[in-house]
Write a protein that binds this ligand. Structure first.
Ligand code: NDP
Length: 483
């Protein structure tokens, strides 16, 4: 099991750094990963380049659709094993890992179907000529994802990139490569042409920057932190690569006083703490209308304390450990910052369990808009409560960070909720729910939460570029020059 890279259709051993993965639930060693050297990443890029230029992958839409469907079937057949790998590697509760694998298979099927419905656009021109606009792939795409949904976020990119006819060099986070290794093995079994999909393992500095700096890579799609996204955007600008960035967030959940408080409490907990709060769209700011503040906050605190935190392999577990000791310390440092800034800690912020990186979910109140805990993405089980009196104030607070990824609005008055939604600068807004990604609708952010969209037809369009072909069946006289 030391052949963990997938380059040019073969599983091979990485000749770079040997990294020991740690199980976040136990703090114990899991497995050794042999990462790629810069030369091996370059080999993967060349394999993808050759596959793009020398096979008929980009033309054969039926083959692409059939292989994506076949891969979806393989994910379903191997659902339990993939879910186990995901839970071992990330610490997320097993029932959530199963959902991630199901959603990944669904995404592959969606793009296989969408691809079959893609046609070129035909136009008759004013001069009697005919125009065809084809959507053609870029070539080699570099796909880079973080550790919170390793397989799902990977598939959100791999499925549309391959559907559009590109070839792929895929880099998961150095912390969470396990499900990607299994994915590569399954792709090998499916019979994808050699070089169409390549998996390289390694950190951002070695593997990531080799991909983003390469002139043979035409498109980068990145999900990760806003600061990393900025750096990647700058690197890609040098060679004018097409770039899609799915970055961080500090998303508000606005709760109006006409809502059912008990239901709202559960949605708020789900919004803020699902997947240990390690979700880009986590509702890490809860905005509550003043007259229900006391009642809501009391119930929120009481229910949050009852979340079942523990062994991610137990079917009963509702929250697992955070990804690493470094990340645990980062979240704890924000607990200290919050207290130092004068906010009130209602609950959480304590390490629990005899082993692993468990932290009780954190709720702060009595915050002001300028505090770091209100402005910065913490990316863990950590939320702040803010209050508002009017619709206008709710909108102002909701829009009051540099981010614009997602938002939620809970109210019985759907007309009002839609009016508020129209004024919120976010790429995704849920009214009376939270979190569900719909595979056929766009996902991505405004402001410093990113550029471009994943999922839906927008997600496919992100991996192709229009090519306009104008044809005159017979060459006419031009008559422009007086020869
Ligand atoms: P990072 O931004 O640190 O890393 C994301 C990926 O980029 C990793 O694979 C990382 O490699 C790689 N990377 C790091 N530096 C470079 C570089 N210079 N060049 C190329 N690649 C690089 O994020 P995290 O992994 O810490 O994930 C958490 C972040 O992801 C959060 O801020 C969150 O908001 C964001 N996110 C956004 C989502 C969205 O849809 N908008 C969804 C999920 C997460 P490595 O870590 O191996 O070094």
């Amino acid at each position: 099991m030391d052949k963990q890279l997938f380059i040019n259709g073969k599983m091979i051993k990485g000749e770079g750094n040997a990294r020991i993965l740690i199980n976040p639930a136990t703090g114990q060693e899991l497995v050794t990963i042999y990462e790629a050297t810069v030369e091996q990443v370059e080999m993967a890029i060349q394999a993808a380049k050759t596959a793009f230029s020398e096979t008929d992958w980009k033309q054969d839409k039926e083959e692409r659709a059939a292989l994506l469907m076949k891969l979806a079937g393989k994910l379903e057949e191997n659902l339990e094993e993939l879910a186990k790998l995901e839970t071992e590697n990330t610490g997320k509760p097993i029932r959530e890992s199963r959902l991630d694998i199901e959603d990944s298979a669904g995404c592959l099927k969606y793009y296989a179907d969408l691809l079959r419905d893609q046609f070129s656009e035909m136009m008759e021109q004013w001069d009697g000529s005919a125009s065809i606009v084809k959507n053609v792939p870029f070539g080699v795409t570099g796909l880079i994802v973080p550790w919170n949904f390793p397989l799902l976020l990977g598939i959100w990119k791999i499925a549309p990139a391959l559907a559009a006819g590109n070839t792929v060099v895929f880099k998961p986070s150095e912390l969470t490569p396990l499900s990607s290794i299994k994915l590569a093995e399954l792709m090998g079994e499916c019979g994808f042409p050699e070089g169409v999909f390549n998996l390289v393992l390694g950190d951002g500095k070695t593997a990531g920057e080799t991909i983003t700096a390469s002139e043979d890579v035409q498109k980068i799609s990145f999900t990760g932190g806003t600061d990393t996204g900025r750096l990647i955007n700058e690197q890609c600008a040098r060679s004018f690569k097409n770039v899609s960035l799915e970055l961080g967030g500090k998303s508000p959940l606005i709760i109006f006083d006409d809502t059912d408080i008990d239901k709202a409490v559960e949605w708020a907990i789900f919004g803020a703490f699902f997947n240990q709060g390690e979700v880009c769209v986590a509702s890490s700011r809860i905005l509550v209308q003043e007259d229900i503040y006391s009642d809501f906050t009391e119930k929120l605190t009481e229910k949050t304390k009852k979340i079942k935190l523990g062994d991610p392999f137990s079917e009963e577990t509702e929250m697992g450990p955070v990804i690493s000791m470094d990340h645990l310390r980062k979240i704890e440092s924000y607990v200290e910052k919050g207290k130092a800034e004068g906010a009130k800690l209602l609950t959480g912020g304590e390490r629990t369990g005899k082993q692993g990186y468990y932290l009780t979910p954190v709720i702060f109140t009595d915050v002001t808009p300028d505090m770091e805990i209100v402005q910065e993405e913490i990316f863990g089980p950590f939320c702040v409560i803010q209050t508002f009196s009017s619709e206008e104030e709710a909108v102002e607070i909701a829009n009051g960070t540099k981010y614009g990824l997602a938002a939620g609005i809970l109210s019985k008055d759907v007309e009002r909720a839609e009016r508020v939604a129209d004024q919120i600068d976010s790429g995704i807004i849920w009214i009376n729910s939270y979190h569900t990604p719909f595979v056929n609708a766009p996902w991505g952010g405004f402001k410093q939460s990113g550029t471009g969209r994943e999922l839906g037809p927008h997600g496919l369009a992100a991996y192709s570029q229009p090519k306009h072909l104008n044809t005159n069946a017979v060459m006419g006289e031009l008559g422009w020059y007086k020869f």
